[in-house]
Design a protein around this ligand. Structure first.
Ligand SMILES: *[C@@H]1O[C@H](CO)[C@@H](O)[C@H](O)[C@H]1NC(C)=O
Ligand SMILES: *[C@@H]1O[C@H](CO)[C@@H](O)[C@H](O)[C@H]1NC(C)=O
Ligand SMILES: *[C@@H]1O[C@H](CO)[C@@H](O)[C@H](O)[C@H]1NC(C)=O
Ligand SMILES: *[C@@H]1O[C@H](CO)[C@@H](O)[C@H](O)[C@H]1NC(C)=O
Ligand SMILES: *[C@@H]1O[C@H](CO)[C@@H](O)[C@H](O)[C@H]1NC(C)=O
Length: 308
């Protein structure tokens, strides 16, 4: 990443010296001016940088993302080149002679990147990447060429995140009552934080999380908390500042806090919630009918998507 920063900043620094140097020009002798102009021209004018403050774009795995880029150059000879750092060949999309040229493209991006040809006419040379992979994350450069004159039009840092619905379960924790809660967040990127909250939103003290990194570079995080207080519900919040927050909520019947004897472990997916509810109710009635008789057991899995 550092390398990329340096490589890409070079033209910027050069164009800045161009400006400051121009004021000092007058004080130089004619010979200096000639030498300096040659140097300045060679450095500064072979690559013109427009406003290329890198922007960060966040998208989720499997989504389609648009990396915005505009050019003010209008020419039938316009070449648009999108490349990605630290990859060889580094071309993700090449537009030349009015159409996409696929030959030089990195094979990981075949059939996944495009420009809207209609938009190119209007200077919109945004790259659309579909079926995002975690490996697509990194620095992208959007450049144009007309003849030999290259211009960097935009630099973008793409972060491809992964997120899933958390699973919250509980088991009675032993003779002295109380429950052990366990919340797990599988396949997240970047690494999320897990917190537990009681029905009033107050954070419940928890153990240190257990974190595994899978082969794809995603984090599997599990965290446990022991619950001694009596509360009707517990929420597990999985939070990663760049991504949407996820919640899992569980209702804990009073009786179960005290007297449920065997372990109760469930995880119900959102889509199966309705079905699951019936099955769980039936199962409970059959198995725990005696000890948890008066209690209706609700297990509701909730996920809320909020932009953080
Ligand atoms: C495009 O913008 C750049 C930088 O903003 C400017 O130097 C250049 O003259 C413009 N070109 C055209 C064709 O308008
Ligand atoms: C993304 O798609 C792949 C393949 O279709 C699938 O295995 C994976 O679970 C999907 N990931 C997410 C987060 O939906
Ligand atoms: C891709 O390669 C070209 C040629 O080596 C280089 O100028 C460009 O900076 C590279 N792109 C990125 C994003 O590193
Ligand atoms: C890309 O799409 C073409 C045409 O639909 C198809 O023939 C080809 O197999 C695809 N290539 C990849 C790598 O998916
Ligand atoms: C530019 O084109 C992309 C698709 O290529 C589109 O999503 C975006 O809205 C366009 N931007 C503007 C400013 O027209």
């Amino acid at each position: 990443m550092l390398q990329v920063h340096r490589a890409y900043r070079r033209p910027l620094v050069i164009s800045r010296t161009c400006w400051t140097d121009s004021r000092a020009f007058l004080r130089f002798s004619a010979a200096h001016v000639v030498v300096l102009s040659v140097v300045v021209f060679a450095l500064c004018c072979s690559t013109v940088s427009a406003d290329v403050t890198p922007k960060t774009i966040v998208a989720l795995e499997n989504e389609t993302v648009t990396l915005p880029c505009r050019t003010n150059r209008t020419s039938d000879l316009l070449t648009v080149e999108w490349s990605k750092a630290e990859m060889s060949p580094n071309i993700t999309l090449l537009y030349r002679h009015g159409r996409e040229t696929v030959e030089e493209k990195n094979s990981a991006f075949v059939n996944r990147t495009k420009l809207l040809l209609e938009e190119v006419k209007h200077g919109n040379i945004s790259q659309v990447i579909s079926k995002l992979r975690l490996s697509d994350g990194g620095r992208y450069l959007c450049r144009t060429m007309v003849g030999k004159q290259r211009q960097v039009e935009a630099a973008l840092d793409l972060i491809v995140g992964a997120a899933s619905e958390p699973k919250l379960t509980f088991v009675p924790s032993g003779a002295n009552g109380g429950l052990t809660l366990e919340c797990s967040a599988e396949r997240w990127f970047p690494k999320p934080e897990i917190t537990f909250h009681d029905e009033n939103g107050k954070e419940i003290e928890a153990e240190d999380p257990r974190i595994d990194l899978d082969s794809a570079g995603c984090f599997n995080v599990k965290r446990r908390a022991s619950l001694q207080i009596v509360t009707n519900g517990v929420t597990c919040r999985v939070h990663q500042p760049l991504l949407k927050r996820r919640h899992a909520h569980i209702y804990i019947p009073d009786d179960c806090m005290r007297s449920c004897t065997s372990s109760i472990v469930w995880s119900v997916m959102v889509t199966a919630a309705a079905l699951g509810l019936c099955a769980v109710a039936y199962f409970l009635w059959k198995k725990y009918g005696r000890s948890c008789k008066s209690v209706t057991f609700y297990y509701l899995y909730q996920s809320r998507r909020k932009l953080s």
